[in-house]
Design a protein around this ligand. Structure first.
Ligand SMILES: Nc1ncnc2c1ncn2[C@@H]1O[C@H](COP(=O)(O)OP(=O)(O)OP(=O)(O)O)[C@@H](O)[C@H]1O
Ligand SMILES: O=C(O)[C@@H](CO)OP(=O)(O)O
Length: 305
């Protein structure tokens, strides 16, 4: 049996070489799953032929990259990038925001899966917890949806202001406190995470958090209103869907006003905006932007504590 020796927080560990584990990381580098398993078997055979009994993880990565370069240079580059991302001392915190229905949940799930990030939370969940802690009298707008929060404003805004956006801002500003807590905990614990939802709005999360190299924010948009509407139809058709289509259609105008606000905030704070037409393109845009940070061969962050 071939043993692989790795190191976590300065402590060495050993585990048996697993074709399945290696194949999974190759699929993250966009290798076809069947080919990934065959390739992993070839690596195992190569190590056995060389009489390897124990191999350090870094040496195994080099063996894989060397063979990948001979077979598919593009995947070799992707594989190298994932390894650099995962070697970084700081956890990867990915924030995916956008108005209701543009696809933040779906895209977050796919990005987390591609990067092997096991932790994902929606800001709706964070809001749900906050609803249990703060009373409706104290924080009335978080008991609403983001696009109906204006209905619970204690002081109605002056007529010249957009009441939907005033309510949305109040709602998001409150939930952002919970979002910041999750980001801080992820950084403290060294846990990579994807946080998604309508409460990820540029300018509402503390600058000292979003300005970190390992924190990446993206805003998803849909320019075409009919395509946006279609997303609600698509979701509400799914078995597990519990949220009524009618409500989204009744408030679709308000949702689009928040959509426009996301775009203006993203432009103001120079946050990447990705039109979420095609899932694969969206995911690749996000991963490409993240890997730019880790692109150089020698990029390894020192833990910032
Ligand atoms: N790029 C895409 N192409 C086609 N369908 C998509 C795409 N992205 C998401 N969808 C579909 O659109 C619907 C809405 O997606 P999703 O639930 O992720 O939106 P959301 O932004 O999380 O909404 P909410 O914030 O209200 O939960 C789902 O049925 C999803 O499968
Ligand atoms: O508040 C909102 O905009 C949405 C986000 O998912 O939540 P809900 O539709 O469940 O109120």
């Amino acid at each position: 049996m071939i043993m692989v020796e790795g190191e976590v927080s300065g402590k060495k560990y050993r585990e048996p070489f697993s074709k399945g584990v290696l194949a999974r990381s190759l699929t993250r580098a966009e290798m076809d799953p069947n080919k990934a398993y065959t390739f992993s078997s070839q690596i195992e055979a190569q190590l056995k032929k060389e009489g390897v009994k124990l191999i350090k993880l870094d040496d195994l990565v080099n063996v894989v990259r060397q063979r990948l370069k001979e077979e598919d240079s593009e995947i070799a580059v992707q594989y190298g990038l994932w390894k650099r991302i995962r070697k970084c001392q700081d956890p990867l915190v990915i924030l995916i925001g956008g108005s209701s229905g543009v696809g933040t949940s779906s895209i977050a799930f796919e990005v987390a899966n591609r990067l092997g990030i096991r932790n994902m939370i929606s800001t709706d969940m964070i809001r749900e917890v906050m609803r249990k802690i703060a009373s409706k009298d104290l924080l009335p707008t978080i008991y609403e949806s983001s696009y109906t929060a204006y209905r619970s404003l204690r002081i109605p805004p002056p007529p010249e202001l957009d009441e939907v956006l005033i309510g949305f801002r109040d709602h998001v500003d409150t939930v952002s406190v919970g979002v910041e807590a999750v980001i801080e905990r992820s950084i403290t614990e060294g846990i990579s995470i994807v946080i998604e939802g309508v409460h990820i709005v540029p300018g509402f999360i503390r600058e000292d958090l979003v300005s970190r190299d390992n924190v990446h924010m993206f805003i998803l948009t849909l320019e075409d209103e009919e395509v946006h509407k279609g997303r609600f139809y698509s979701r509400c058709r799914q078995q597990w869907a519990r949220r009524p289509l009618e409500r989204y259609m009744n408030y679709f105008g308000a949702i689009r006003r928040t959509h426009k606000y996301f775009e203006s905030q993203a432009n103001k704070y120079h946050v990447p905006v990705i039109e979420n037409i095609d899932i694969t393109t969206t995911i690749e845009s996000i991963i490409e932007d993240i890997t730019k940070t880790y692109g150089s061969e020698d990029y390894v962050t020192e833990s910032k504590g």
